[in-house]
Ligand binder design. Structure first.
Ligand code: ITT
Length: 196
């Protein structure tokens, strides 16, 4: 079970510095510090982000010998039947934003969602996940230079028409998949009830 003395700091296993910055901002109001730890993050080729995150968190916690948090996120495009989904990292590195824009040429249904799965695991095998979703549209062309990854081509419905890359870190955190998932984690860690 989760123990109280871990509340004010989490060990975040990530190699993505942008994610780290966003998570620091999300957890600051809860008084939770974020320590970046580098443990090998095994990513299985499962089509399910939850399975990927749970597996990675349990392994990382065992390897590190302390409770850890991992996050797995992806962009799911409706008209492409959920592509790139769990393969977002690889697809971003290969075809990038321009490639997605090309795939979406002449497609009128531009609906997409970002999903974030945050998994908290302890070395003994306890694991708990929190999910956050941001719904939106794929833009016609990339806009903005903030954020990372697919941010320049994603227009969240909860925003004002700007892409995530046109928003400050705080603005994005307020409505992003990551903000939602990590706020649920923070509420759980600090003892509030999480409303599903
Ligand atoms: P980890 O070390 O934490 O795994 P990662 O960059 O591999 O970092 P993910 O597997 O969770 O992270 O995310 C896969 C890709 O999805 C990521 O590399 C981005 O291209 C994209 N992505 C995830 N969250 C995003 C966000 O908030 N904005 C834009 N793109 C995002």
């Amino acid at each position: 079970m989760y123990r109280r003395n871990y509340v004010n700091e989490i060990n975040f296993v990530t190699g993505n510095i942008h994610k780290l910055k966003e998570v620091e901002g999300i957890l600051r109001p809860y008084g939770i510090k974020v320590k970046m730890i580098k443990v090998k993050k095994i990513e299985i080729q499962a089509d399910e982000l939850i399975a990927i995150a749970e597996y990675a968190a349990i392994n990382a916690a065992k390897e590190a010998g302390v409770p850890v948090v991992v996050e797995d996120a992806g962009l799911f495009i409706e008209a492409l039947r959920g592509f790139p989904g769990p393969y977002s990292s690889y697809v971003f590195k290969t075809i990038g934003n321009e490639g997605i824009i090309k795939l979406m040429k002449d497609i009128t249904d531009r609906h997409a969602r970002f999903i974030s799965v945050v998994a908290f695991a302890e070395p003994e095998g306890y694991v708990r996940t929190f999910v956050g979703v941001a719904e939106g549209l794929i833009s016609v062309e990339p806009r903005g230079s903030m954020g990372f990854g697919f941010d320049p081509i994603f227009i969240p419905y909860e925003g004002d028409g700007r892409t995530f890359a046109e928003m400050s870190l705080d603005e994005k955190n307020r409505i992003s998949h990551r903000g939602k998932a990590f706020r649920s984690l923070a509420k759980w860690l600090t003892g509030h009830k999480v409303i599903p």
